[in-house]
Structures are given as structure tokens and as C-alpha cells.
Design a protein around this ligand. Sequence first.
Ligand code: SAM
Ligand code: MG
Length: 291
Amino acid sequence: MSMGAALSSSRGVHTSRRTHDVPQPSAAGTSAAAAQGPAGQSMDAQEVAKFEAMASEWWDPDGPNGALHTMNPLRTQFARDAICLAHGREARTVQPLRDLSVLDVGCGGGLFSEALARLGADVTGVDTSATAISVAATHAQADPAVASRTHYQNATAEQLQQQGAHFDAVVASEVIEHVSNVPEFCASLVALTRPGGSIVVSTINRTNRSYAVAIVGAEQIMGLLPKGTHQWERFITPEELQEHIERAGAERIGDSGMVMNPFTGHWTFSADKAVNYIMSFRKPAEQQRNP
Ligand SMILES: C[S@@+](CC[C@H](N)C(=O)[O-])C[C@H]1O[C@@H](n2cnc3c(N)ncnc32)[C@H](O)[C@@H]1O
Ligand SMILES: [Mg+2]
């Protein structure tokens, strides 16, 4: 089956009430063969194949996605604060994102989606990897509260956009460096955000240090990631990311570097954005028309 077929033939895995407006629920596919063929413009078949190959290890904190596990609390805190700021919410409450719809683009096995659902958000996770979507949907079942607030689809952002979906917030964490068409991908993130809503993107900067840390250090020396996970040329600078998103119609709210101690695996916010960073944006509210 082609990726296009896999994406368009998916079925709903959750039927729980949605607070966002996705016209056609769809679902988890399972075929690794789904990595071929065209679909949304941002999809790169080679990148999809890479993630299909490691998909069964999403929830292993000692596996190839270990750095995403250790990064999760920090990026969740950043997203919580950015979304609360855009929506006039108090961040330090039990469920600050209660009933807000959040789209997690390139959700993988659902690590970030589940963390956001625990903050009360109604999360839709989409990914080009059918296996990752299947893993995410299965893992969510372990916690009924998470299961009721997560909805997974084997799809691209562009496909949701074509369906006319809109969300209060859109997040894409560690995905943009794997897409084939960065401007189109950014335009979709903004188009999928309701006016007044927020966008959070985390990724890796393109610097000499990111080559040393993310490619040589993490892949070749420490083995934290499988070799070939990243291509340095595809990394994107904060300035480029900001330009693409602003061109699509949202404005930057804030950003931060995120630095991992490679020996403890502990992540902290930092002014240093030379390697990992996270950035938030707000789509302006619609202007009132004069009568
Ligand atoms: C490094 S993983 C990050 C997963 C998740 N966001 C996290 O941080 O836990 C990148 C994910 O993006 C997905 N992906 C790559 N290109 C994509 C695209 N164009 N649209 C949607 N998902 C994509 C991959 O299948 C993979 O699951
Ligand atoms: Mg990456």
C-alpha cells in the first residue's frame, strides 16, 4: 500500500467527544510499507522509513527515543506556558489546558501528546508513520483519562488542513528537521491554528556546535540516537523558523534554548540556542470588521 493510500484509508481509533473541528476522524494504520509514495507535501519517504524502523521502541526510556523522554517535562512546561499566555489561562493550575484542542504534528508514539492531555488538553496526534500511530493509540489505553483526551491519525498536517480542521494550539516537536518542505509545513501549522491560538515548535539549530553535539556526540560517540537519524543540512536556525512562521501569518511570542546534560540526561532552559531550542508563536485574533 502506498503512503497516500495508508493515510487516506485510515479509520477512527477514538470516538470520544472532540473539542476541535476535524470533519473526518481517521486512524492508526500498521503497515511499514506505508513509507512509499506521495502524500502531504512535507512528507519525506526516507524519513518516514527511518521512524517506522524504530517505532516499536517509542516508550522505552533507554531506547533510541530516550532523549525525547528526558526532554518531555521541559518542552511540556514551555508549551503549557505559551498556550496559557495566548489563551489568558493561569498556567499553575491542575489542568491549565482543560478543554483546549491541541494538534501534535509528528506525534510519534505520543510522548508529548500524552503529557499535554494530562494537562487537560483534547489532543489530536498525527504522524506519517502508521506504526507510530498504532503504538500511540495503544499506549493511551493504559490511562482512561489520557485515552479519552487523545485521538491519533495516520496523516500529515497538510491533509488535516485540506479537511478544514482548526485547533486552539498546534505543536510540532523535533519534526521540522525531518520534513521535505519546511515553508509548506510552517504554513500548514499556522493554517491549522485558530485566530488567537498558539504554535509551539522545537527543533535543532544549524551551527558548528549542533554538528559536534547532535551528530558526532549523540549519534557517533554516545550512541544516544541511531546513526543517520539527523542530517545536519536539514537543521533550521531560529531566525529561519521565525521567518517561515511569520510569513505564514503568526508572530513570535518567545523562545528558549534547551540544554541536556549528557551524563544525567537532565534538560534545562538556557539562553544558549546553539543546539536544541523551542519557540512559541501566536496567530493574531481576527480583526473586528466595521459595520
Ligand atoms: C523525532 S520524532 C518526534 C516525535 C514526537 N514529536 C516527540 O517528540 O516525541 C519525528 C516524528 O515526525 C514524524 N514525521 C516526519 N515527517 C513528518 C511529516 N511530514 N508529517 C508528520 N509527521 C512527520 C516521524 O514519523 C516521527 O514520528
Ligand atoms: Mg529530530
